[in-house]
Design a binder for this molecule. Structure first.
Ligand SMILES: [Zn+2]
Length: 365
């Protein structure tokens, strides 16, 4: 986990050697901003208040405007699997089928959810004032909690537990590979009613000049297909965050053609640099108090963030901050070619396709 991206934005490049490559980030981001501004204002209606909750829902379960249902207690600290490829194919059953009914919030002092907004991702609107300044939809003291780089054992379930205790919610941007390592954890995220987007296949810095355009697209699309696989085909949001907030202009444009919204952030916790949980809390509170609102970038992958979250949410509540849930109007559409690549990664072409139960029988126990 030593390979952190030293670019002054966000996100450890923990999975990727190529994430360490130097980039001309500032120049490319300015270009990207110009392109987005040129393309941009037609999407000014991209955010709409979702008052009825009648629109498409993340898990397929009926949703009202109330707090999300509690999640299960954290899973035991599973040791990371050693295999780098998905463990099984075909894809597991949809999480939607197992989504529990919504329970009322049991915590009278919970942070809760103040407002739910529905995002029309047509044309790929950008969010987060660090890079995209067209869509200023948050009111004073409103925040959006976002969590990158999961799913990961212990830390992601801990974040889910804290969010459930506070009857609040966030957007998760999982790394495709991590989703294939731990699909059961990503299913817990979906079952708890949180919004799920994607964050590339392997956390590649897409500004790396060594990557071809096809490789950049593959990073984006395999990331989407991997999340789809992990969720068993259940719908999730066309929300995307570039690793390390590196926005190559041509990929920003490409996502527009794919109707995928792009998420930068308003304030970066820099939690991956924190030496202890208190640093995460202090960093977020200082920045949010200065800005007064914003999309907050954190990492459910990070231990310190998981540990900091209970106190951080208490501090946000005490400071008068309110959480806004962002949902997508329509789910993301994956591309079949990349779905097949995920399946290819998941298994070698053995001739037998018989289910486990017909191959392996317990005869003594
Ligand atoms: Zn990341």
């Amino acid at each position: 986990m030593a390979a952190q991206v030293q670019l002054g934005y966000c996100d450890p490049g923990q999975e990727m050697a190529w994430a360490k490559a130097k980039t001309n980030a500032g120049r490319d981001q300015r270009k990207g901003n110009a392109m987005r501004i040129a393309a941009g204002l037609i999407f000014a209606s991209a955010v709409s208040l979702c008052a009825s909750g009648a629109a498409w829902s993340q898990t397929g379960a009926p949703k009202g405007a109330a707090a999300p249902q509690p999640v299960p207690a954290p899973a035991p600290a599973a040791a990371p699997k050693s295999a780098a490829a998905p463990q099984a194919a075909p894809a597991p059953a949809p999480a939607a089928a197992a989504a529990p009914a919504k329970a009322p919030c049991a915590n009278p002092n919970a942070l809760g959810i103040a407002r739910i907004v529905e995002i029309d991702t047509t044309g790929g609107p950008g969010f987060g004032f660090e890079h995209f300044k067209q869509l200023d939809f948050l009111r004073e003291h409103e925040v959006v909690l976002t969590f990158d780089d999961g799913p990961w054992p212990v830390n992601t379930p801990s974040v889910l537990k804290t969010l459930a205790e506070e009857c609040t919610t966030g957007i998760f941007f999982p790394i495709g590979k991590h989703a294939t390592y731990y699909p059961e954890i990503l299913k817990q995220v979906a079952a708890a009613g949180h919004t799920i987007g994607s964050h590339t296949w392997s956390h590649a810095n897409l500004n790396n000049k060594k990557l071809t355009e096809d490789q950049r697209k593959e990073e984006i699309e395999k990331g989407i297909s991997a999340v789809k696989w992990a969720l068993g085909g259940a719908p999730f949001a066309p929300f995307f965050r570039f690793p390390a907030l590196q926005h190559p202009p041509e990929m920003v444009t490409y996502l527009g053609t794919r109707n995928v919204a792009i998420f930068s952030c308003d304030l970066d916790s820099f939690d991956f640099k924190a030496s202890k949980p208190q640093t995460v809390i202090d960093s977020v509170m200082k920045k949010v108090d200065k800005l007064g609102k914003g999309i907050i970038l954190m990492h459910d992958f990070q231990k310190h963030t998981a540990e900091a979250l209970p106190e951080l949410l208490h501090r946000l509540k005490a400071g008068g901050y309110k959480v806004v849930q962002m949902r997508a109007k329509d789910p993301v559409q994956s591309i079949a070619q990349y779905d097949e690549e995920i399946l290819k990664d998941a298994k070698l072409p053995t001739v037998s396709s018989r289910p486990v139960s017909s191959v392996v029988q317990t005869i003594s126990e």
